[in-house]
Design a protein around this ligand. Structure first.
Ligand code: SF4
Ligand code: SF4
Length: 334
């Protein structure tokens, strides 16, 4: 088993492209905030133009098409083909499993690297309580249909207090499912999750006593597992991806963020206007990235202070990592 920390690099870039915010589901933890990101659907010409903005570094850039539910976009297949033509390093579609507009008939496994399915519980009850009735079956059906057509599939499990108890069932569930990658995410306090009094994020103790062990069990089945580090060890050095990496979270109203934790606020460092990427005036997220604080991530301290814990003398017990710092486990490293 190999574990490696996936460090940020300016040599590799990620484009998280929300082509619409519309969705057929209404997940209890949905991070989409229409007040901040609008409700429009980008037309295919605009999608092509916006992809073109990043085409200079296409060979080093992974594109992830998101929504809302991206398969609700009738021209998603054309967007995928446009990204392919521009030579992006990899292309992924994140989906809730409903696979609208016959997307599997309109693209080929040669067009996309991964179809990534979101499942938030090992049982129908837990998943459907979070994501909506019938969504568990749709994910399972979607994976099977995709595999039949030779698409590579991955799964995303967003861990919260509502479903961490079922993570231990996941190694058996995914064992023979045919997925190649499994992503564990931590629930973010944004979108709907920021409007509840319930404590959704799990404690450091629970995270550390659960996640690495389960990740190892899943990876033992030959599935590559990725999970956020969240809490730094003493020997780890804190780095902010906003400073040292090249990630863009694009929304259909033109806002472009470099930090997903900022997405509930008008703190975007760029926006797209007239098909040009322009820098926004101060104060924006970039002005916050450089602030050095003993707790590590400045946005976590501002938005998710419940993640922090202090000693009696006021010093933090641990540092919070950048949300984009990941651990990757694989049985057979390439
Ligand atoms: S599937 Fe995604 S976009 Fe749709 S409601 Fe759920 S979290 Fe939100
Ligand atoms: S999560 Fe924190 S460390 Fe990471 S980019 Fe955002 S502000 Fe920087």
């Amino acid at each position: 088993m190999t574990t490696r920390t996936v460090a940020f690099s300016k040599d590799s870039s990620n484009l998280f492209f929300h082509i619409l915010t519309k969705c057929n589901l209404c997940c209890t933890h949905c991070y989409i905030n229409k007040d901040q990101h609008g409700a429009n659907t980008l037309d295919i010409e605009t999608i092509r133009n916006w992809l073109g903005i990043f085409s200079d570094k296409a060979s080093k850039t992974n594109v992830i098409f998101l929504g809302g539910e991206p398969t609700l976009h009738p021209d998603l297949h054309l967007a995928v083909k446009a990204a392919k033509r521009l030579g992006f390093k990899s292309i992924t579609i994140d989906t809730n499993g409903y696979l609208f507009h016959n997307i599997l008939d309109n693209i080929t496994p040669n067009d996309v690297d991964f179809l990534s399915f979101s499942l938030d519980g090992a049982t129908k009850k837990t998943n459907d309580d979070i994501r909506g009735k019938g969504s568990y079956d749709k994910v399972m059906e979607g994976i099977q249909k995709s595999l039949t057509k030779n698409f590579s599939c991955s799964m995303i499990y967003t861990v919260s207090d509502m479903n961490i108890h079922e993570l231990e069932l996941m190694p058996d569930l995914v064992k023979n499912l045919g997925i190649k990658r499994f992503f564990i995410q931590v629930i973010g306090i944004r979108g709907k999750s920021s409007n509840t009094d319930e404590k959704l994020q799990v404690t450091r103790e629970t995270w550390l006593s659960t996640i690495p062990e389960i990740a190892e069990k899943i990876a033992a089945h030959g599935i590559v597992v990725t999970y956020p580090k969240v809490f730094l060890n003493k020997e780890d050095i804190f780095q902010c991806a906003g400073i040292v990496a090249d990630n863009y979270f694009i929304f259909p109203n033109g806002r472009v963020y470099q930090c997903p934790v900022c997405e509930d606020f008008p703190l975007h460092s760029h926006e797209i206007k007239n098909n040009q990427l322009i820098t926004t005036p101060k104060i924006n997220e970039k002005d916050l990235f450089g602030l050095t604080i003993p707790e590590g991530c400045v946005m976590n301290k501002m938005i998710q202070p419940q993640n922090l814990s202090y000693r009696q003398d006021g010093t933090p017990e641990y540092l919070i990592a950048c949300c984009m710092l990941k651990e990757e486990l694989s049985k057979n490293p390439s």
